[in-house]
Design a protein around this ligand. Sequence first.
Ligand code: ADP
Ligand code: MG
Length: 578
Amino acid sequence: MPIRELPAHLVNQIAAGEVVERPASVVKELLENSLDAGASRIEVELEEAGVKLCRVRDDGTGIPRDELALALARHATSKISSLEELEHVATLGFRGEALPSIASVSRLRITSRERSADSGFMLDGADCDGVSPAAHPPGTTVEVRDLFFNTPARRRFLRSERTEFGRVREVIERIALSRSSLALRITHNHRQILDLPAAVTPAELVDRVSRVCGREFTDNAIYVQRESGGMLLRGWLVRPVHARSQPDLQYMILNGRAIRDKLLAGAVRAGYRDVLYRDRWPAFVLYLDMDPAWVDVNAHPAKQEVRFREPGPVRDFVRRTVEAAIAEPAAAGVGPHDFGAHAASSVVARQSPLAFAMPVSPGRVREQLASYSRLAAPAAAEDHSAPLGYALAQLHGVYILAQNANGLVIVDAHAAHERISYERLKATVRQSSVQVQTLLVPPVLAVSEREAGQVEQHGELLERCGFLLSRVAPDRVAVRGIPALLTGVDPGMLVRELLPGLSGDLVLDDLLNVLDRVLAGSACHAAIRANRRLTIEEMNSLLRDMERTERSDQCNHGRPTLVALSMSELDQLFARGR
Ligand code: ADP
Ligand code: MG
């Protein structure tokens, strides 16, 4: 076949393959257009889940008569005019392909009246030249009939009316949550399905969330609101005990756009990490706002997925905010106090999130780390204090390479993990909150009678440190439990190494010193072994743990755990003048 240009209609039908997958996608595109037109009230009428009819009527700005035909032309949009504008786009649409795509696979009619005009006009999709006068209040009605009537293959892919309507409902609910100030009414097969008034006051907002997500959710949710580094996160998080068995109640609204994003959902889940049973999922309705320039929304034809320019700080901010809210639900409060209309631009500072990372000069890394016991004051510890930066890669399974504000940070993962385990154990011992891993089949060690006597003598102290040891014979000691933090270490070997240090009168600190020495050996076995591959996520969480851990710049053997090279040091290495 010779090369030739495809006719416009066919191009639109091909594009429709991506944009218009099912009736729910039509509803989504039409609702988004109404929102972009500044609508405060939208009415949706559906028949047969939107396949037979989907009519969306809004009170937005309307479309001028002479632009009606353009609205149906491919790549025609009023929302952006340059690449620069695309980078800061704040509207939901911008690709200019929804209406022409929908029109190519249905019978579409658009009727609109500009607010300033005294009459409306109508255009039939099939007849792009024929604009005719029509009675219409200010705003726009788009009517889509007989979806996929001319693309039978598509039509065959549709599921039952019930299933398709379920998807439509999901779309509508996501939009209802993403724009609380919007009044929304939906009918399906002439029955009213939803009638939501505009929500503005805190009580109205909570009411709206509970109408969409159920009382069960709002009754058991914590309200969170935190701003940091040019990002604002607010919304509701379910209390951990009410977590769900499926990830089916997770709404993330980024700059007013309901999105499905693995990174953000993962960050929320990570925030629940310590408090969630396995197989349980958090439920949340969260609003994240930031400079639109930090996000690429043009990563997906239906714009449900996004790409962050610097995902690390975003993920960290979300995870930390969630973690803190769950840790201190009392401080988090229950309802929104300052939950104005969506206004991404009011929050934004045109600055990269990483610019908020604390500056760390290489010579001062140790001092900085040593001073992290400041971390007791949560206020100061917030924001983007990621002095150790974000992981780039792992070198030969041993070293983590990370980039921070100043340059390069190299971390010995194995040594760092060892230090963190020990510091944690020490901290929990001091708070008397050591978790014990009891052993179903306690190993029995053959020891000297003197050693067995010492185990008896120091039983209480050992127990405070998480060691459950009992003398089962004059020269036998059974290991019934070890600190859960040391799970993975051979318990018998661990206790054997501990025994020689138990001589004489011991106080807790002495025992901790003994443990420190023991762990310098044993923790190494439990700690991340050299040559184990870590994911970027694991590496970042190790870096964050290091930042939180006292003395994490040296391992239990006193070797350094990290080396930092600033950009200027690197420049010098390469004899590169700056
Ligand atoms: P996009 O939303 O990406 O710009 P669409 O094909 O969805 O592309 O819409 C094309 C144009 O039609 C929009 O840019 C807008 O100017 C106009 N338009 C569509 N729907 C409406 C509406 N409900 N109210 C006002 N203008 C609309
Ligand atoms: Mg659009």
